[in-house]
Design a protein around this ligand. Sequence first.
Ligand code: ADP
Length: 542
Amino acid sequence: MRGLMMDRPLLISSLIRYAAEYRGAAEIVSGSPEDGLHRYTYRDLETRSKRLGKALERLGVRIGDRIATLAWNGYRHVELYYGVSGIGAVCHTINPRLFQDQIRYIVNHAADRVLFLDPGFVPLAEELAPHFPKVEHYVVMTESAKMPRTRLENALCYEDLLAAESADYEWPEFDENTASSLCYTSGTTGRPKGVLYSHRSTVLHAMAESMRDTLDYSMHDVICLIAPMFHANGWACPYAAALVGAKLVLPGQQLDGASLHELFEAEQVTFSLAVPTVWLGMLDYLRKSGKRFTSLKRTAIGGTAVPLAMMKAFDEYGVNVIHAWGMTETSPLGTVCSLPPGVAALPADERDKYRVKQGHGIWGVDLKLAGPDGGELPRDGKSSGELLVRGPWVAAGYFNDEEATAAALADGWFRTGDVSTLDEDGFMTIVDRSKDVIKSGGEWISSIDLENAVMAHPDVQEAAVIGVRHAKWDERPLLIVVAKEGRRPDKQQLLGLLAQKFAKWQLPDDVLVVAELPHTATGKVNKLALRDRYGDHLLRTA
Ligand code: ADP
């Protein structure tokens, strides 16, 4: 017997409709105090998103068409999130930091029909446009007075397009499984792969993300989204913020500690989301300037493992770190390390052992571990294997890519490529990405564990451990660190610190101090580049 409840589709337009109706006066603030801030309300956001939707329909955009964006975090980008998906088209956010070849591949693979771009990306688009036969229009996200001169054919001005439309528009209704947005993984291993979200997956994920024991979104929050909107839908923050009607702050391009701190204080930000690299800059600034936060209460950090030292540094500023794990393929939230009552009450040392874990699956996400033969491994906190996930916001395949789809799926589960453990309580710990794990003479060494430990040293600003070639052991760990300003990390001291926690065979064979570490397009330490550069280090110095 079927239930007798209404079958209303879960659509992204319902999020912005809710925010405009019930939290219509709540603000969306974009830019930086230095360049001037733009502010308007959810009511304005919905009105302009509707005008954008109508403008797209006038350009001939139809349900299912892919509409690309090359843009930083700002209000017009949020309008695209809602305007494009709202009419049933697919909002395809492109990471502008990718190599040009990758952008070329992505735009053609997605068959984008229209490309929206921040004025700063006009030169990039001019260079690439001859390779984009399917792009019919380029829309520069600015007003006509600021329209740059451009060689782009069919360049349109964003504000002119909106000005030509009224907001008299009802969001259309369609099947909730309709594709809503598209995001390519950054392809550090192989070609980029398209993750195609649906309205249903996006709305369910936003609900789960905002729950109290997940990221705890509320209308009482002022949320600063630092994670870029071209990385896994800005961690889905623009959707969850509208779902609760929270004030949203979008910092544009200035992500240094001083600029962010000024913005946080000016807008009284209570919650913010970013990868660890950004927070390293912020903490460094606080240390040097002696400044504190007057409003910030919590941060969601993920994308790479969060070192305990970072959590403790935030403790000192009264800010709670929410450690989360996810991937583009999981919308992105998969697990969050929210401590259950028993654990929260433990002494600090015991509690810290939990805090560094990536956490439990959030409601909707199932986790399991697979051994080398595909068989399930026990949840004993020790056995490590490939982490498999499934859930209503986990990718069931890649866009137009059968080969990658076949490789990623196993009996209805998604293979994450992460090596992890699960304990009796279901708490998951990432040991490593399978390609980063160090295989030394048949034993595995976790680069993440070593990095976390060395980050506790007062001379270390940032650290990476990679596996490098070794004549006898195949691979051995090499520790590469960046010094805190004015400090000189000492090799023996660092190894001494590690020796307190690790067996001798797990210790790095050498330590290098470098001026900076390379980062990927999504702000993570680029281990591939480090392996290319230092892969022969031990062979050369042997
Ligand atoms: P990219 O390929 O640009 O890194 P993703 O953001 O999709 O794209 O990367 C997801 C991966 O990031 C995960 O599979 C995992 O390896 C890593 N990751 C994400 N969050 C964490 C975390 N909290 N701790 C450790 N690793 C993480």
